[in-house]
Design a protein around this ligand. Structure first.
Ligand code: MN
Length: 129
């Protein structure tokens, strides 16, 4: 079974690059361009990890992470914040809201996937079938 990553990101270029990098390494990628759609997709199931932009319209990433942590269907899914906020306080805020980790934008295409892979519940690369 391929692992599925849910990408919640409102910027189309960022979605394109991130999706490309992850698919190239054998992951299935589903995406949502706002927090409500992302939460709904996570609740449908089959998501192994969530990449969460913090700067989102209407509902920011902190609120999305907090909501995901409250939901019985989503509370255990690893969440990795991906954000251009570089301040230490924002990192702490992401962790406090329920994110497991933090990757800074702009992402480094050379190392991005391996950074993401550190956060799977069972570490390792994508299983290929
Ligand atoms: Mn954004």
């Amino acid at each position: 079974m391929k692992r599925t990553i849910l990408l919640i990101e409102d910027n189309e270029q960022n979605r394109y690059l991130t999706t490309y990098l992850l698919r190239n390494k054998g992951y299935d990628v589903v995406s949502a361009d706002d927090g409500h759609a992302g939460i709904a997709r996570a609740e449908e199931g089959g998501v192994d990890l969530i990449l969460l932009d913090i700067q989102l319209p209407v509902m920011d990433g902190y609120a999305v992470a907090a909501r995901l942590r409250e939901g019985p269907a989503t509370s255990r899914i690893p969440i990795v914040a991906v954000t251009s906020y570089a301040m230490a306080g924002d990192r702490e805020k992401a962790l406090a809201s329920g994110c497991n980790g933090y990757i800074e934008k702009p992402i480094n295409p050379e190392t991005f996937v391996s950074e993401v892979e550190r956060y799977f519940l069972n570490s390792g690369t994508a299983e290929r079938t």
